[in-house]
Structures are given as structure tokens and as C-alpha cells.
Design a protein around this ligand. Structure first.
Ligand SMILES: Nc1ccn([C@@H]2O[C@H](COP(=O)(O)OP(=O)(O)O)[C@@H](O)[C@H]2O)c(=O)n1
Ligand SMILES: [Ca+2]
Length: 510
């Protein structure tokens, strides 16, 4: 397998998109910020529900979305009303006990039953999309991956909802649906008034790019300034709301933050004859032991496999940010580029364009490091904050954040350094365009992520064509009638004055 290349499953999405566009004609897309607040809407306005399970490499989240019942005025907005974190590992973690994958979801499905009114359970669609953890398991053990999916399907079918499918989505879909989600929530698809006018002059960027960092893969998706057809597998075409979008996307398998760490450790192992290793990306005083034999079963590290005279590797932290950055840099092969420009590993990347929303682990890590304030930090400020954090001794970090699990806490230094390396070295963001990256967890009440875009697509809630202007509301109708009546009365009065001039105004009368 070529790392960072998801072309194997790239065809599926183009097919899905092209066949779907014909169907995208049902509901008008009215983004959140143009709508009344959910809580201000009459109770019977909200009606439909949908459930999406995001089966990620590290864990599964169940999302419940809600949308207006009133479709006749062709307006509506979909909102997240519930999120439930499934206990235990991601579904790919059940490769040895596949029959337990489905039952792990039961508790969250019960929670969704409590949120959705009973009479709507049967008509509520439920989808499960599995991402990079399952893509890796499928590469490593296809049979186990199929059994895990059968187990989750069995559980979802036994829930009182309308089961619509449980599948592994491609990296391209993950990137595209994340881009759709954030632009839907930001209100970028449907524009009106001056914004539409400005966009027609092409003076402002219309959509935001999407940067998604998971545990096992990472996605970059945006509308480039110039479209080249150098790498067709990275281009997607959408027609949304009467407008065409040519979108660049790429998903790097094995470049989520957890798999990137595994890759880094595998490389470090190559250069040691010893069963112990100093690691600059862990805090000074931190120690971890890993089993060497299990380590190379993973498709992200298997290319680095060699025979070692020891079965356990002992790692000790050094807390050296600069050394850690240099170490991580080796994960990005920048030497060969068969295109006009590349990110890394010979993958095409057009020049970066516009604003970017960075979510999922990009947000979790930066938020932990207090680097997500509204007044954005410069690239230098971010680098020095991470450097300072990495230099703190482990006992001090552990004391301050005693509520956070040791496994996660110990990896924030690496994750912070990795995020900067990926953005600065991988994608080549500069001091200048760094300010255009916005780290965001939620937009309104909805989490930023691929799930909402996935559901909007599968429920045909994004129209391909701009719908006709909605009929007037009752208030506007009454106002218009009053205005027309006033105009009519004025015209009659004027005519009467002209043709029946009062005697006092007639010529000769003083
Ligand atoms: N509160 C949270 C939740 C997740 N995470 C991390 O965010 C990443 C989420 O990845 P994921 O499970 O969606 O994996 P993919 O299948 O998207 O690659 C993992 O590395 C989690 O450890 C975090 O740092 N803080
Ligand atoms: Ca994810």
C-alpha cells in the first residue's frame, strides 16, 4: 500500500455524487444564521429526525439531527440536537471480538430513543459511516472488517429506527462531506443581497476549506482558485443551489495523529539497536513500554518491519520541541512531485485558497493548548506555546491535568508539534495565510465533522438548483395589499383632481 494514497476507493464518491445531484431537489437550504433560533420556533415547526453514527478509529459518536416539519414553504435548517459518545474503542477495535461491536452501540441508541418522539421512531433514518480505522482493518483483515460491519448492522436493524446502511466511507467522501457540513452551517451555499452580488463579482471567497484531523487519517478540502485537471482523482464536482463547485480533496490514510505517532515510532525503531529509546516528543520524565511484535501488524507501520532482538521497547521522554519537529518532518516525503505542486508523498495540492475551518482533533488539541481564542494567534505564537508545553516535566503536567487520561495527556506535545508540521511542512501554510485557519469545534449547535453533510446528501436535503422564490408570508401579503390599496386611492384622487378641478382653482375666479 502506498501511504497517504486513498485512490483505491476514490471512484465510489464521484459516482454517488453524480447520481445524487439529479435527486437533490427537495428542500431549500437555509443556513442557520439566516434562521430564527431553534428555541424561538413554534413546537410543531420541528418535525423530522435523522441519526448518523460516526464510527471513527478511536471512538464512535452518535448524532441526532432535527429539521422542520413544514416543508411547504420550502425553507428549513437541519440542526444537531444530541450527541452520544459510545463507551469503549472504535468499532475497528473489536477485530478480535467482532460480535461485540454492535452491542457497544446499544446505550447510545437508547439515548436517541429518548430524544426522538416515539411516534417518529419508525420513520427516522439511521446511518453508520466508518472511517479510517475500518479502512485499515479492511486492509489488514478483510474478514474481520466484514464481521464487525455485520455485527453493527444487526444491532442497528434491531433498533426502532429506519436502518439505511452501515458502511466504510471513502477518504474522498469524508473530505467532501466535512466541506459540505461547514459551508452549510456557515451559510455559504445560499447567499442573498449584497453577499450574492459580491460573490458574483468574484471579489470574495465563496466557501471555506475544511481541514479534518482524525486518529488514523486526515483530510484537506477546498475550492482552489485555478482548477487544473492534473490529478482528476482529487477533484469533485458539485452542483448546489444552482451553482457549480469544483472542489479539491485528499485524504491521507495513516496521517491521523495516532497513526502518525505509530509511523514516527516505527521509524525511530529502525535506527535503534537498543531496546530503549529517547523520544523528544514526550515530556521529560515520561516513560512508556510498547510491544514490538504487535506494533508492525498495522498497515501504517508494516513497511518498516524488521527483526528485532527484543520484544519490548522502552521509551523515555526528552521534551525537546525542535528535535520533535525535525523527527516528525521525516514523515513527509517532499522529494518527488509529479505535478505542478504537491503536499507530500507525491500527492497533488493546488495553491491554498481562502479561509479554512480546522476541526476534529485539530480543534481538540489546539483547544487543550488554549490556542483557539477568537483573536487568532500567529504561527510564531502557536509554535512557542507548544514548545513551552513540551518542555514542561511530566510530573508537573500530570499534576495539573490529573483528570485527563495519561495516554491522551502524554500525547498532546506530539500532537501539537504534528499539527504544526502537517500544516506548515505538509500543506505549506505560511505565517501569512496561517491567519486564515480557524480552529472550530462547533458551528451553532452542530459539531463540525462529516456526519451532517453525509445525512444532508443521503436525505436529499441539498437541492441542485436554486428553488423559486418562496411565496409571501401572511404579514408581507397583508402589507402589500395595503400598499396597493393606498396607491390605488392616490391615483383615483389625483385623477379626480385633474378632471374635476374645484371651482376655486378654475381660471378667472379670484
Ligand atoms: N475530546 C477528544 C476526542 C477525540 N480526540 C482525538 O481525535 C481523534 C479522532 O479521530 P477519529 O476517531 O475520528 O479517527 P478517524 O477515523 O477520523 O481517523 C483521535 O485521535 C482522538 O484521540 C481528542 O483528542 N479529544
Ligand atoms: Ca473522524
Amino acid at each position: 500500500m502506498k501511504k497517504g494514497d486513498s485512490s483505491a476507493d476514490s471512484w465510489s464518491f464521484s459516482v454517488v455524487i453524480e447520481t445524487k445531484t439529479e435527486l437533490w431537489k427537495k428542500l431549500v437550504l437555509v443556513p442557520c444564521k439566516h434562521c430564527l433560533e431553534h428555541r424561538n420556533m413554534p413546537e410543531d415547526f420541528w418535525g423530522g429526525y435523522g441519526i448518523v453514527l460516526d464510527a471513527g478509529s478511536s471512538h464512535t459518536n452518535l448524532y441526532v439531527y432535527e429539521w422542520p416539519a413544514e416543508k411547504e414553504n420550502d425553507t428549513g435548517v437541519v440542526q444537531q440536537v444530541e450527541v452520544c459518545k459510545v463507551e469503549g474503542p472504535g468499532i475497528s477495535g473489536y477485530s478480535q471480538t467482532t460480535e461485540k461491536a454492535g452491542p457497544s452501540l446499544v446505550q447510545c441508541l437508547r439515548q436517541a430513543e429518548g430524544v426522538i418522539p416515539l411516534k417518529q421512531h419508525q420513520e427516522t433514518p439511521v446511518y453508520l459511516g466508518a472511517t479510517a480505522g475500518m479502512r485499515l482493518l479492511r486492509l489488514e483483515n478483510k474478514d474481520a472488517a466484514e464481521k464487525v460491519l455485520s455485527s453493527v448492522e444487526k444491532t442497528l436493524r434491531s433498533a426502532p429506527f429506519n436502518f439505511q446502511g452501515a458502511r466504510i466511507i471513502s477518504g474522498q467522501e469524508e473530505g467532501a462531506y466535512g466541506w459540505i457540513t461547514i459551508n452549510y452551517l456557515l451559510g455559504n451555499f445560499k447567499q442573498s443581497g449584497w453577499k450574492k452580488f459580491l460573490h458574483s463579482l468574484k471579489s470574495v471567497s465563496e466557501t471555506s476549506g475544511a481541514l479534518d484531523l482524525g486518529g488514523a487519517s486526515t483530510q484537506i478540502t477546498f475550492v482552489p482558485d485555478e482548477i487544473s485537471s492534473e490529478s482528476p482523482q482529487n477533484l469533485l464536482y458539485f452542483r448546489l443551489y444552482g451553482k457549480d463547485y469544483r472542489v479539491y480533496t485528499h485524504s491521507f490514510l495513516c496521517y491521523g495523529k495516532d497513526q502518525a505517532l505509530q509511523q514516527k515510532l516505527a521509524r525511530d525503531l529502525q535506527s535503534t539497536e537498543n531496546s530503549s529509546l529517547f523520544d523528544p516528543c514526550f515530556h521529560q520524565g515520561y516513560q512508556r513500554t510498547i510491544s514490538v511484535s504487535n506494533f508492525f501488524k498495522n498497515p501504517c507501520t508494516s513497511v518498516e518491519k524488521k527483526q528485532f532482538p527484543f520484544s519490548q521497547l522502552h521509551i523515555e521522554g526528552e521534551g525537546n520541541y525542535e528535535k520533535c519537529r525535525r523527527n516528525i518532518q521525516n514523515l513527509f516525503n517532499k522529494t518527488d512531485c509529479p505535478y505542478s505542486s504537491c503536499s507530500f508523498n507525491g500527492i497533488y495540492l493546488p495553491p491554498l485558497q481562502g479561509d479554512f475551518g480546522a476541526f476534529s482533533a485539530f480543534y481538540f488539541v489546539m483547544n487543550f493548548l488554549n490556542l483557539t481564542s477568537d483573536d487568532p494567534f500567529t504561527l510564531d505564537e502557536v509554535a512557542s506555546a507548544i514548545k513551552k508545553f513540551c518542555a514542561r516535566p511530566w510530573h508537573e503536567v500530570k499534576l495539573q491535568y490529573h483528570q485527563i487520561k495519561e495516554k491522551y495527556l502524554s500525547e498532546y506535545c506530539f500532537s501539537g508539534a504534528y499539527i504544526l508540521s502537517l500544516l506548515e511542512n505538509g500543506y505549506e501554510f505560511t505565517t501569512e495565510n496561517w491567519k486564515r485557519i480557524h480552529f472550530l469545534g462547533k458551528i451553532g449547535s452542530s459539531d463540525a465533522g462529516w456526519t451532517l453533510g453525509y445525512m444532508l446528501n443521503l436525505t436529499n436535503m441539498i437541492p441542485a438548483e436554486e428553488p423559486p422564490a418562496p411565496p409571501l408570508s401572511y404579514g408581507s401579503y397583508v402589507g402589500l395589499m395595503v400598499l396597493c390599496s393606498l396607491v390605488l386611492v392616490s391615483v383615483i384622487l389625483l385623477a379626480w383632481l385633474l378632471f374635476h378641478k374645484p371651482k376655486c382653482l378654475q381660471k378667472g375666479v379670484v
